[in-house]
Design a protein around this ligand. Structure first.
Ligand SMILES: O=c1ccn([C@H]2C[C@H](O)[C@@H](COP(=O)(O)OP(=O)(O)OP(=O)(O)O)O2)c(=O)[nH]1
Length: 190
């Protein structure tokens, strides 16, 4: 995962948001931390693995293509939007990269843009381990208000990406796709 390129891409978006919303000179760190915590909650909700009271603990990783309605075909030919797969997107991955946006943005705000992290390629992916990683991400996000726990937060968040079953390539691709949408939203007055 190319962290330098990710931070550079995030900086361009953050600078644009600050300029367009007239937020120059404001301390946005508490709001960014809250935004990250909200997105982590949304991510957990799409994961569903902590819902011990429910029969449905399967992650939401699919929603149908909006153009063909999930059928994969537009009359007789393959739908051009989904290439005939019927897949519109992956809610779990989309929430993960919203979190990644805020983690990168927080790093830029506090001047930490070179976190020392290892990208896990093996390890436990049980519901219990994954739940503890969520707990830790939420806890260390909060502690950032007082102390520099950024590298640790970044590491736990990378662990979570692996535990949720994503590849680093998938994460980068989804990040750049959402970054583009975020730019388009600013351009159209979101
Ligand atoms: O300084 C910022 C502020 C926001 N974002 C990005 C992060 C995330 O990708 C998106 C905000 O989340 P989302 O797309 O879910 O927007 P929302 O306003 O929370 O969505 P909704 O309208 O569905 O509530 O904006 C940044 O990258 N930098």
């Amino acid at each position: 995962m190319n962290l330098i390129k990710l931070f550079e891409t995030q900086r361009v978006l953050d600078d644009r948001i600050i300029k367009e919303k007239g937020l120059e000179g404001q301390d946005l760190l508490p709001m960014k931390i809250l935004a990250l915590q909200v997105e982590l909650g949304e991510l957990a909700n799409e994961w569903r693995g902590f819902k011990f009271w429910s029969e449905n603990q399967k992650s939401n990783t699919f929603y149908p293509c909006l153009d063909c309605g999930g059928g994969g075909h537009d009359f007789i030919k393959n739908c051009v939007s989904c290439d005939g797969t019927g897949k519109g997107g992956n809610p779990l991955l989309e929430e993960y990269v919203d979190c990644l946006h805020f983690i990168l943005s927080i790093g830029l705000t506090i001047g930490s843009t070179n976190p020392r992290v290892e990208f896990p390629i093996t390890g436990g992916r049980s519901k219990e381990f994954t739940t503890v990683r969520f707990n830790e991400c939420l806890r260390f996000a909060n502690l950032l208000l007082d102390d520099d726990y950024y590298d640790l937060l970044f590491q736990y968040f990378m662990d979570l990406g692996y535990m949720l079953g994503f590849t680093w390539g998938q994460i980068e691709q989804a990040y750049y796709a959402k970054n583009q949408i975020n730019h388009e939203r600013q351009a159209t007055g979101y």
